[in-house]
Design a protein around this ligand. Structure first.
Ligand SMILES: [Zn+2]
Length: 91
């Protein structure tokens, strides 16, 4: 049996399988907004690709190193402020 949003239409419920009129209209609105955003972005930045959504990792099958090396962390910290003793190690 299909999922039923039970009167609470949302893109999430649509994703779960609800196909009531409200969920469908929310879905089409959502798609339309997404297209509009992409088009606007393209118009303003014709040379760029659409930035990736920083959403869930499950949408991103490309695996980067899942941890920064100590050096990378130190370097990143040094950009904004001087490391304290805990991280600096050399007082
Ligand atoms: Zn629904």
């Amino acid at each position: 049996m299909r999922h039923d949003c039970d009167g609470n239409p949302s893109i999430t419920n649509y994703g779960r399988g609800c196909r009531c009129e409200l969920c469908k209209s929310i879905k089409s609105l959502y798609e339309q907004e997404r297209r509009d955003r992409a088009r606007k972005y393209k118009a303003e930045n014709p040379e760029k690709e659409m930035p990736k959504k920083p959403a869930g990792k499950r949408d991103n099958p490309v695996v980067y190193a899942d941890a920064f090396t100590r050096e990378e962390i130190m370097r990143a910290r040094n950009i904004s402020y001087v490391p304290d003793r805990e991280y600096g190690g050399e007082a």
